[in-house]
Structures are given as structure tokens and as C-alpha cells.
Design a protein around this ligand. Structure first.
Ligand SMILES: [Zn+2]
Ligand SMILES: [Zn+2]
Length: 202
């Protein structure tokens, strides 16, 4: 008697074949990002202190007003990191009929909502229709915070042409992308195989 191979379908986040709805690597990455955000939130406070940016080894440099302090301020305000986490926490609570906890400070909100999402990660991965958006948004938020902490410029956007001739912009952080015109899903390596679009001034 033969047993059927375990059924697999595209991971709901990255399209790689997976038996669970979201493959273990993607689940782990979401968990890591949820763990990282409260830590990054605290570290971003350092970016706001003149002379502290860049951390050890680069002290003593004269600091002009930092354009990235404003971005750090944005990420630390209500609606920044907190907004991303609160949005998905509110969505989860609404779907489950739970009451969303309100927190007095942005920092406790970041901690509380990250913890709520983290504790319900399996549920989100198994059921949530927008798990790909959740994963993408968390990854982008973590990436943005890390770049501010490293003082790096945002990653360069690359433009390619979809077989349907739609221009698609992505960065090296992009895991995959659905063409808004023909709806075809392109994985990261598929995107790199597409012909490059002409460089444009915009
Ligand atoms: Zn995956
Ligand atoms: Zn297309």
C-alpha cells in the first residue's frame, strides 16, 4: 500500500512549496521580526541623541543636524513602529472578537502589541488572509529601523519589465512581488531574471 506524499502548496508568504500554510522559515522570520521591533524601538532613541549615532568606534565626529533623526522620531512616535503593530493587533482582535488593549505610552504599546502578535503567530500563519502583508510590513519596518541605526541609505530601487510590459520597482529586500497589471506573482529570483527597465529620472 502506498501513502500519498504530504500535500504541499505555495507558502502564503513566499510562494515556496510548503506543507503548512506558511513554511517554517517564513514563520521564524516573522517571529524574529516581532521580537526585534521592541528592541529596535528602544535603540532608535539613541539616534535622537546627538553624537550617539553610529555607536561605538565613531565617537568624536562633529555632528551636523541629522536628517535621519527625523525618521527615527517618526518611527518612535505613535503611528510609527507602534502603528504597524497596533494595526495588525487591532485586526487580529477584531477577527477573534477580543478587546484590544490600549496602552498609555508608545513604548508599552510596542511591547504589548508585538507580544500579542507573537503569541498568536501560529494562528495568524494558519488563518490570516493577509499574512503576506503582515510579513512584508514587519520586514520592511525592521529593515527601515536597522538602516537608521546603521546610518545607511535606503536600498536602491531596481526597475524591471514584467512579460506583460508593466514596469515593476523593487529593492534587494523584496522577497516577491505581484504584478499589478497581469497579477503574475514573481519570486525574488524571477524578478532578477526579468529585463531591466530603462533608467528614468524619477
Ligand atoms: Zn515561506
Ligand atoms: Zn505583469
Amino acid at each position: 500500500m502506498q501513502f500519498a506524499a504530504p500535500q504541499s502548496w505555495p507558502c502564503a508568504v513566499c510562494d515556496r512549496p510548503s506543507t503548512p500554510r506558511v513554511h517554517p522559515g517564513c514563520q521564524e522570520r516573522i517571529a524574529d521580526n516581532l521580537d526585534a521591533l521592541p528592541r529596535l524601538y528602544r535603540q532608535l532613541a539613541d539616534v535622537l541623541i546627538p553624537g550617539r549615532r553610529g555607536g561605538e568606534g565613531r565617537s568624536g565626529t562633529r555632528t551636523a543636524p541629522l536628517p535621519c533623526s527625523l525618521d527615527a522620531l517618526d518611527m518612535r512616535s505613535r503611528g510609527g513602529i507602534e502603528g504597524v503593530l497596533a494595526g495588525w493587533a487591532a485586526d487580529l482582535c477584531e477577527r477573534e472578537g477580543w478587546t484590544l488593549t490600549c496602552y498609555g505610552s508608545v513604548e508599552t504599546a510596542v511591547d504589548g502589541y508585538a507580544d500579542l502578535l507573537r503569541r498568536n503567530l501560529i494562528r495568524l500563519c494558519d488563518e490570516h488572509p493577509a499574512i503576506r502583508e503582515i510579513a512584508d510590513e514587519l520586514r520592511q519596518t525592521v529593515g527601515q529601523a536597522r538602516r537608521l541605526l546603521d546610518g545607511e541609505r535606503p536600498p536602491r530601487r531596481v526597475y524591471v519589465i514584467c512579460p506583460c510590459s508593466q514596469r515593476l520597482g523593487f529593492t534587494l529586500d523584496t522577497l516577491g512581488l505581484r504584478c499589478p497589471n497581469c497579477q503574475q506573482q514573481h519570486g525574488h529570483s524571477d524578478l532578477l531574471d526579468l529585463p531591466l527597465a530603462e533608467r528614468s529620472a524619477a
